[in-house]
Each structure stands twice: as C-alpha cells, then as structure tokens.
Design a protein around this ligand. Structure first.
Ligand SMILES: C[S@@+](CC[C@H](N)C(=O)[O-])C[C@H]1O[C@@H](n2cnc3c(N)ncnc32)[C@H](O)[C@@H]1O
Length: 228
C-alpha cells in the first residue's frame, strides 16, 4: 500500500501491518476483478488491494458523509492514481452492482445490516463472486437468515484480535452447502475452542429459545470433541 495510505486504526495497531482480521478477510479475494469494501470507514481493507494487479476496481462504500469526505481527501493527497478507486456515498442496501467477478467485503457491522445488504445484493451477483463477512453483533440472527437464503458457505473461521473474537464467513451466491446456524468447522481450531468457552459463558445465562439451542449445541460439540 502506498505510504501515505498506511494508517493506524483500532484494528491495525501495528501501523503498517494489516490486522489479523483484515488479513483473514483479504485472503478470500482470489482472482476477483472488482473489490467492494462496504461500510469501509477508513478504507483500509479495500485500499489494501492497491497492489493486487488482477483487481481492476476498488469500491469504497459508506453512508457517512464525513467518512466519504475524509476518504476522498486521503486518496487525493496520496500518490496513487485514482483510476481504479471509486468512492461511493451509499448504504450497502442501495448499491447496484453490474460487474462480474466481485469480491464483496462487509465487515464491522451488525448482523441485521449485513443480512439486509446481502439480501439486496444477492440477485445482482454472478456465481464467481464472493461475499466475505465479519459481523460484530447479532451473529445468531444473521446465520439464521443466511441459512434461508440461496447462498452457500465456502468456509468459516474465528479469529482473535484486540481482546475480541470475530467470525469470518466466505459465502458464494451459488446454492450449495447451507450456512449452518451455529457454525461447524470454526470450532476445531485452538481459537475456536477458546471462542466456544467464551460463547458458553456469554450465552449460558440467556433464557430465550435461540440462545438455549446455541448453548446446547456448544455443550454437545464440546463433549463430542473430548470423546474423540
Ligand atoms: C465499525 S465501521 C467498520 C469499518 C471497517 N469495515 C472495519 O471492519 O473495520 C462501520 C462502518 O459501516 C458503515 N455503515 C453503517 N451502516 C451501513 C450500511 N447500511 N451500509 C454500508 N455501510 C454502513 C458506518 O458508516 C461505518 O463507517
């Protein structure tokens, strides 16, 4: 990334280094030609593709006026050529995507907004496109919605950064392996095991049916694992 675009954020305390979360998101963009960073804020994730030559356009999208103004200034003041960067003042729900081969990132938003954005964008995407998400809240509700949409889960993982856990899901607009409500492969890693304990502690006292079902799943998967 050009020097003047390297910025320290709450999720990138090392300054130059892309955060663990951003790296975990970024790796899902393979040969995609168009990158969309929806809810981009500082734009670090989208702009990290500046040196990826297969990427023909980088779209930085955010509904906040001040965010858009800051981004425009940041890009103008840097020495990168603006040609491949498009800064759009919009909610993700209102976007129109006409291109093929898109990698769409939606990170750092609540599950409700992410669910709405995916529902709106899904009919606009071709089968080679990917949607990569990292919801910060209401993940159970989002997973339930995703399980009902014509979308498939390609991979999932949980990462730990700055004392917080983040689920990262890579989705394809092709019908295939449905998104499981409570996750599957992410529990096997060392971080996944710690995340399960964290989730048990957090959801254990909840009395609603969805939380009880989740806790039941976590307890069962833990005892299955220890019996192996
Ligand atoms: C916490 S920041 C996340 C920034 C970055 N994506 C990350 O993961 O670090 C959330 C951003 O989402 C934007 N946002 C909120 N609602 C949105 C929506 N419906 N569509 C697109 N962006 C939205 C906010 O303006 C804000 O800049």
């Amino acid at each position: 990334m050009p020097n003047s675009l390297k910025t320290t954020t709450s999720s990138s305390r090392a300054g130059d280094a892309l955060s663990i979360r951003f790296k975990a998101l970024q790796k899902h963009c393979l040969n995609h030609e168009h990158v969309w960073d929806i809810g981009c804020d500082h734009g670090l994730l989208g702009l990290s593709f500046i040196d990826h030559h297969h990427v023909q356009s980088i779209h930085l999208v955010d509904p906040s006026g001040p965010v858009i103004e800051t981004l425009k200034k940041k890009v103008k003041d840097s020495y990168i050529t603006i040609g491949r960067i498009f800064i759009t003042h919009s909610k993700g729900q209102d976007l129109k995507i006409n291109s093929l081969s898109n990698c769409i990132f939606i990170a750092g938003m609540g599950g409700k907004e992410i669910g709405e954005i995916i529902t709106k964008l899904l009919p606009q995407l071709d089968s080679s496109s990917r949607i990569v998400i990292s919801p910060h809240r209401k993940i159970l509700e989002l997973r339930e919605l995703l399980g009902q949409l014509p979308i498939s889960l390609l991979s999932e993982e949980v990462i730990f950064e700055n004392e917080q856990y983040y689920q990262i899901l890579c989705l394809s607009p092709e019908v295939g392996h449905k998104v499981p409500p409570f996750g599957q492969e992410m529990w096997g890693s060392e971080v996944g095991k710690r995340y399960r304990e964290h989730q048990l502690k957090h959801f254990g006292p909840h009395t609603d049916e969805a939380s009880k079902a989740y806790v039941n799943f976590l307890v069962t998967s833990k005892s299955l694992e220890s019996s192996l």
